[in-house]
Each structure stands twice: as structure tokens, then as C-alpha cells.
Design a protein around this ligand. Sequence first.
Ligand code: MAN
Length: 364
Amino acid sequence: MIKRSEMNPIITPEDIVPSHEGLWVAGVFNAGVTLFNNEILLLLRISEEAINPSKTLVRVPALDGQGQLGFLEFDKESSADNYDFTDPRSVRYPSAHTKQKVRQLTSLSHFRLARSHDGIQFTIEDKPTIFPEGPMEQWGIEDPRITKINGAYGITYSQVSPYGVGTGLIITEDFKTFIRKGMIFPPENKDVCLFPEKVNGKYLAYHRPVPSAIGSPDIWLAESEDLVHWGKHQHVLSSGQVGESVRIGGGAPPIKTEKGWLTIIHAANEGKTYSLWAFLFDLDDPSKIVAQSREPLMVPEKPYEIQGYFPNVVFTCGAYIQKDTLVVYYGLTDDKMGQAEVDLRALYESMEFKATPADKAQRK
Ligand code: MAN
């Protein structure tokens, strides 16, 4: 049902100029999307790794609290620390270490703007548009999502530091000046998707806390008067309700349609394969599901979705509707960007609609 662009992958690391000497671009992926001044705008996540002259060392980039770039090195052959290097995304403590899992990320991410008239060929800035800043972003900024709201644009994104992964908010009106509003959801919480308008007088957001003793990484809804302070948290969707997933999270921020808030989410199974699923939530009460995909909207199938930096990942941070088509931008294996389109009518037909109280009353 979903049609991948024949030009996929539409953006790859070769298209990106490194931000600093000593770094190489490992990935360009998980971009936020919006329409701005008759152009399609992507805010790309660029991940960079340290150029590493040695096979036995792992050199990783990291910022200090003042934003100065430095490098750390880990000796792969030293048995003293016993670090685990099997996940390409991080250096991990040995499994016996129970308190924390990640010692250091192997890459440092920032954001870069790309503009296009046709949605496939993009002109990409050759310098960072938004670079990590301050102690909460020492390990980078990741997975931006853009929502047009009140004539401005709200960008939610992961702020990564040794203290954990929280979600920050940046507001811009022109994509030139960016106003940082600080951390709006503390660790561990990411995949925050802002709604494009107030519902019943309140700003709303889906978010994804990661409980540790009880509960699982599920999708929640919160409300706010000012986009900065959030409360009235409600649980919306469990990972167990989405195929065989063990983690789920918001993907593309909700889009208003006549049938409900159309939201594409991601789900990961035990084997760390990521898939995309479509949901419709009630327009007046988005904690309620109206309909959900019977089958995943997308699973990794193409070689460029299967092979790469982190295999078997399709991950979206943004989509928009053009006439009767949903246009989805998505990250491929944490290193490149893809685009796909799906006809809205076919999408709705593929979804299972829940019976409403009115339907139930009619059946009686
Ligand atoms: C997490 C996030 C994403 C990433 C996936 C797959 O969900 O860090 O940025 O795409 O993992 O690695």
C-alpha cells in the first residue's frame, strides 16, 4: 500500500559536510518535516563520529559543559573495564553493571536544515543549523519533530547527556532565529509530538516515558497552558497493543483529518526491528483510539532499510498531507533518509475502526 520513492535513499551521509575537523558523518536520518514558504523543509539529524586511526581503540566525540568538542578513547583490548562494544550506537558497561547501561555514545548529533521544491531533491546547509548547547545536550540532540502552532513552529527533540535523555523545546518563526525553551519532559522521556492546535483550550502532546520498575515504554498524553509546563498525564497506548512490539513511541506529530488525529508511530520488537503504524485518535479526546493499522504501515523490506548503521530500522519524525496523500519522511537504519507516500483512502481502509458508543447503541 505504501509507495516508497524510487529515489530512496533521498539523502545519504555523502551529501553532508562534517561540522568539525576530526569528525566524519555517520548518519543523516530521523528528520522533522514542515511546509514553509512554499518549500518542503527537513530538519535533519546528522550524527558524527570521531575519525579513528586505530582498530583497537574506540574514539568518541563528546562536548564538555561549555560546548567544547573533545574526544574520549576506549581500548577495545583492555580487560580492565570490560566494556561492551557490540551496539554500534554506544559503549556500554559490562552487563554485570546494573546501575547504568551506557558509558558513552559513539556519535554526536546536531540538526541541519534542508529545503526542497519537489520533496525529493534537497539543498542542505553545509553548517549546523542547531548545535547541542549546555550540560543537558553534552551528548547531542536527536530526532527533531516540527509542529506548526500559532503561526510559529515548535521543535521538540531529544536532549542527551550523562544525566539521561529528556525532551527539549525550541520555537522559531523563520527557521533563522531559534529560541530555546529548555527541557519540557525530564529523562527518560522522548518521542514528544505536539498537536498543531489547542484541543478543548489546552496544548497537547504525546510523550513516551520509560518506567523502570513497573510499566513499559508506552505512549502518554499531556496537556499544557504554555507549551513549556506539562501535566494531567494520561496513559494512551501500550506497546503490547501494537503487533509484537516491546517499545513504541510517537513518530510524526498528529495531523488533523475529518476522521481523527492521524498519527504515525514507531514500534520495536524484541529483535530491535522497527516498524511504522498508523493510528487515528479522537478529535475531542486524543487519549481515545478511533482506528489503528491492522498490519504495520511499513516494515524494513528494501536493502536500504535492512542494511546500514543500525540494521532493520524505519523511523519517522514527520509527515504531511497533500491533497489525498500522506507523505512520510523516514530514517533508514539510522544513517540515511527516505520518503514514501500512501493514499489516504487506502490507508483508512486498511485500518480497524473501533466501535463508538453510538455504534454500540445502534446495534442494540
Ligand atoms: C531509538 C532512537 C532513534 C533511533 C532508534 C533506532 O528509538 O534513538 O533515534 O532511530 O532508536 O536506533
